[in-house]
Design a protein around this ligand. Structure first.
Ligand code: GDP
Ligand code: MG
Length: 175
């Protein structure tokens, strides 16, 4: 018999993190399976929608990327308001970008409480010999704030699908 009890969800997901860590690259890899060597300053729209089927659920992920405002410390609550999930991105070769993730986690928890589902992505793991942030450090920090940690490479397409799917899974569970 046909399954007619399919659920539909629409989730808002925001990406946050320091400039140049690869937020836009992760979105473009996931949504369009593309990678660009240049820094992409703006997307066509303020968000891209990815439609997926997941465990019999039909899901619209509305994925919000910044237009680079993070460079001017000008990314306010309007951007992340009413998000179901956030992906906090750092560059595994840049310690400072990992510290920035901690600031974002603090701000999100203060402004949105614990309703928001958090994923932390250590991006650019293809640059293996330059990795500075130890995986164990990042993982235990993530655990301490109730977030899940992922290692990704938008460039080599490592862990990107898993990042978005696991986040979706967590958003469904907390819905
Ligand atoms: P954003 O400012 O956080 O949106 O970062 P971008 O997506 O614009 O990427 C900044 C730079 O990092 C660009 O030159 C990208 O090509 C590069 N980049 C992004 N992801 C990766 C990755 O996984 N590996 C490597 N080696 N470079 C990456
Ligand atoms: Mg960007």
């Amino acid at each position: 018999m046909e399954n007619t009890s399919e659920n539909k969800y629409s989730f808002k997901v925001v990406l946050l993190g320091e400039g140049c860590v690869g937020k836009t690259s992760l979105v473009l890899r996931y949504v369009e399976d593309k990678f660009n060597k240049k820094h992409i300053t703006t997307l066509q729209a303020s968000f891209l929608t990815k439609k997926i089927n997941y465990n019999g659920n039909r899901i619209h992920l509305n994925i919000w990327d910044t237009a680079g405002q993070e460079r001017f410390h000008a990314l306010g609550p309007i951007y992340y308001r009413s998000s179901n999930g956030a992906i906090l991105v750092y560059d595994v070769t840049d310690e400072g970008s990992f510290q920035k993730v901690k600031n974002w986690v603090r701000e999100l928890k203060m402004m949105l409480g614990s309703d928001i589902v958090l994923a932390i992505a250590g991006n650019k793991i293809d640059l293996q010999k330059d990795i500075i942030v130890p995986l164990e450090t990042a993982e235990s920090y993530a655990e301490s704030v109730g977030a899940k940690h992922f290692e990704t490479s938008a460039k080599n397409n490592i862990g990107v699908e898993e990042l978005f799917l696991e986040l979706t899974n967590m958003m469904i569970a907390s819905h």
